[in-house]
Design a binder for this molecule. Structure first.
Ligand code: UGA
Length: 476
């Protein structure tokens, strides 16, 4: 936490207390600013006032506890928050509409409400992921509500937070992007991030640990507002493209008997490519990549620019799930009545978020085929029960071993570290047949064969245990 006397304290309103808004609000308080977090959901605000965190995110409970009722407050009153704040960050949802474009109706509504409360200079900052030109629309909406141009600026400050590590990503950012079209807006946004960019934050003994230090603080990149809007969409689209690329390469690896992990390492060692986001699996999910790839494609289409590459990224992602489904079918022969243990529901490890999770999609398909599933996830069980209620065909296990108990095969659908650390002998003993089909390549294939499993993964040579060896491991 930054000592208030060390930097300029700015009053910030953050509108929207979802993943992005709540993390930003808490982190702004952590770097010493006064923050008013606004949401129109009264029950959520009541919960936050009580210090309860509605999402699963590392460090968030500790930081909320540290700043609640001191530097951060929660309210449903957008009017009062706008009047008090110098900067208003808009972090409301921009869901995908039927055409694939981003639905900006929440941003529009919030902009009108903010406009009605502006009596002195404010900077309105887009924090939600929005298509290029949104800043111009927000300006138009505010002006239509009678606010003179000199009383406000609209800026873009995209976030690059990953769920599960959002607090660390914020406080130890690779880069901070501010998109501004006036010096006044640039100065205010630079002052907001000054505790990070100057390195002061990292001097504090109770600073959240991470890669950034006083000597190596995060760089700040100032661009035009439109460029900042594009940076966000282009970054997510590029990362999704990297994943789809390696997924196709993994399919080629499977066909020729090569190991995609070795190929990833080989290509990722080239500094121009980089090793991250080259992990083959069952496709990307989450609330960002699927929505942002579609929205960016739509932006291009509207501008008359052909971006077929993004359509292909989406097709490959869908195909990757289909291939996994087929892999399970070919391992089990038939589905009806087969018992499957399933590890992982969240769209990735370290989060309770199941939005667009490949796991949820696949589970739905296996249930439809007549399989009996016992599923387990360290964090996402409650959320999943809301969309897939327990039934005769679908039960929720208390741990990974219970999910595996007496199963015809065990499927790994989310990359939780907890799964990678399972006791393999216990797992082997628990399963009816020692078959593990790993959609996230969590285990070393050679180890799995040595431990007596039939082990299938993604883009790596399959390993089928001989019948005798498999059975002998079951003997006491
Ligand atoms: C993503 C971006 O990584 C963030 O920079 C961005 O701020 C965020 O979207 C957003 O726009 O808000 P997130 O959706 O939390 O963050 O998740 P990622 O860690 O990027 O993973 C996305 C999906 O790709 C997951 O399903 C994950 O399992 C999959 N993935 C990721 C792979 O299949 N392979 C990889 O190598 C990496």
């Amino acid at each position: 936490m930054v000592d208030d006397s060390m930097n300029e304290q700015i009053t910030i309103a953050v509108v929207g207390s979802g993943y992005v808004g709540l993390v930003a609000a808490v982190c702004f308080a952590e770097i010493g600013h006064r923050v008013i977090c606004v949401d129109n959901d009264e029950s959520k605000i009541a919960m936050l006032r009580d210090g309860k965190v509605p999402i699963y995110e590392e460090y968030l409970p500790e930081l909320l506890d540290r700043h609640c009722n001191a530097l951060i407050e929660f309210t449903t009153d957008l009017h009062a928050a706008t009047q008090r704040a110098q900067a208003i960050f808009v972090a409301v949802g921009t869901p995908q509409s039927q055409t694939g474009s981003a639905d900006l109706s929440y941003v529009d509504a919030v902009a009108s409400q903010i406009a009605r409360s502006i009596t002195e200079y404010k900077i309105i900052v887009e924090k939600s992921t929005v298509p290029v030109y949104t800043n111009e629309w927000i300006s138009r909406v505010i002006e239509r509500n009678g606010v003179p141009r000199e009383l406000f600026d609209v800026a873009s400050n995209p976030e690059f937070l990953r769920e599960g590590t959002a607090v660390v990503d914020f406080l130890h950012a690779d880069r901070i992007v501010i998109g501004v079209d006036t010096d006044r807006a640039g100065n205010l946004l630079r002052a907001i991030y000054e505790p990070l960019t100057s390195g002061k934050y990292y001097q504090s003994a109770d600073a959240v640990p991470g890669v950034r230090t006083t000597a190596e603080p995060p760089p700040l990149l100032q661009t035009s507002t439109k460029a900042a809007e594009l940076i966000k969409h282009a970054s997510n689209a590029f990362l999704a493209m990297k994943i789809s690329f390696i997924n196709v390469v993994s399919n080629i690896c499977e066909a020729v008997g090569a190991d995609v992990e070795q190929v990833s390492k080989g290509i990722g060692s080239d500094e121009r490519i980089g090793p991250k986001f080259l992990k083959a699996g069952i496709g990307y999910g989450g609330s960002c990549f699927p929505k942002d790839v579609a929205a960016f494609r739509y932006v291009a289409e509207q501008l008359g620019i052909e971006f077929g590459l993004l359509r292909e990224v989406e097709n490959i992602n869908a195909e990757q799930k289909r291939r996994f489904f087929q892999k399970v079918r070919s391992a089990l022969w038939t589905f009806r009545g087969k018992k499957l243990g399933v590890l992982g529901l969240a769209f990735k490890g370290g989060t309770d978020d199941i939005r667009e999770s490949p796991a949820i999609d696949l589970i739905g398909q296996f249930v439809k085929e007549g399989c009996v599933l016992s599923v387990y996830d360290p964090a996402a069980m409650e959320r999943t029960k809301q969309v897939l209620p327990p039934s005769g065909n679908l039960t929720y296990a208390k741990d990974a071993y219970e999910a595996a108990s007496d199963a015809d095969a065990l499927l790994i659908l989310t990359d939780w570290q907890e799964f990678a650390e399972l006791d393999l002998d216990r797992l082997h003993y628990t399963l009816r047949y020692p078959i593990v089909i790993d959609g996230r390549n969590l285990f070393d294939a050679t180890t799995m064969i040595q431990r007596g499993f039939t082990y299938l993964s993604v883009g790596r040579p399959g390993a089928v245990q001989t019948r005798d060896a498999a059975i002998s491991r079951k003997l006491p």
